[in-house]
Design a protein around this ligand. Structure first.
Ligand code: ADP
Ligand code: AMP
Length: 214
């Protein structure tokens, strides 16, 4: 089962992608996580990506397309995967289709997690990420057991720099300009599914399971 998660920044793509990955035993591939890991490890890719990410801009297509095309060819992707944060532009979607076609494969579902802009800034300012394992929480909607401490690994939690309100507004603009057109792209491909992302996390997941099958 090959799945793309679509939606604005903060819509809940990562939250749902992790749950899908666990239930269906497929890898969760988050390009944002891959870039953040590269920044943390001081790689050349990380250094190139950081400037764009800090400004709320997309990293150029050429830095992300080959990375994902290589990742989905790995052995653990044989039974499918869930892509989170990729594709984010039409050229990325076309490149993905091309890479899949070369393997005689195609995407099964593009799930759009629908959340209005008004809710997004609030979502993002409450998001907290673990510096060690990347797990995400929300101070109100998905709190940790102990304040500021990751439930999974005990690491410290931070507010991502790009989750500060000014950058979030910029990212939303970028989303509407460059990523939202993918909704039409995948509608035309016949694989778009919509879920309401404003309901509770478990209820959103329930809707997704109805789409994917138990
Ligand atoms: P994305 O991957 O789309 O950027 P996240 O999955 O990181 O978004 O979610 C953004 C923030 O909103 C996180 O703090 C997360 O805990 C919280 N969140 C996710 N889904 C919901 C929901 N259905 N209701 C309330 N808060 C949510
Ligand atoms: P995310 O964790 O998905 O919110 O991504 C954080 C940031 O990483 C984005 O704001 C972009 O700067 C960058 N990024 C992640 N995925 C992509 C992608 N597919 N294309 C371009 N930039 C990306």
């Amino acid at each position: 089962m090959k799945i793309i998660m679509l939606g604005a920044p903060g819509a809940g793509k990562g939250t749902q992608a992790k749950k899908i990955a666990e239930k269906y035993a497929i890898p969760h591939i988050s390009t944002g996580d891959i870039f953040r890991a590269n920044i943390k490890n001081g790689t050349e890719l990380g250094q190139k990506a950081k400037g764009y990410m800090d400004q709320g801009l997309l990293v150029p297509d050429e830095l992300v397309v080959d990375l994902v095309a290589d990742r989905v060819k790995q052995d653990d992707c044989k039974n499918g995967y869930v892509l989170d944060g990729f594709p984010r532009t039409i050229p990325q979607a076309e490149a993905l289709d091309h890479a899949l076609a070369e393997m005689g494969e195609k995407m099964d579902y593009a799930i759009n997690v629908e959340v209005p802009d008004e809710n997004i800034v609030n979502r993002m300012s409450g998001r907290r990420a673990c510096v060690d394992c990347g797990a995400t929480y929300h101070i109100v909607y998905a709190p940790t057991k102990e304040d500021g401490v990751c439930d999974k690994c005990g690491g410290s939690l931070i507010l991502r720099d790009d989750d500060k309100p000014e950058t979030v507004k910029k990212r939303l603009g970028v989303y509407h300009d460059q990523t939202q057109p993918l909704i039409d792209y995948y509608t035309n491909a016949g694989i778009l599914k919509e879920v309401d992302g404003t309901i509770e996390i478990e209820d959103v997941f329930g809707e997704i399971v109805k789409i994917l099958g138990a």
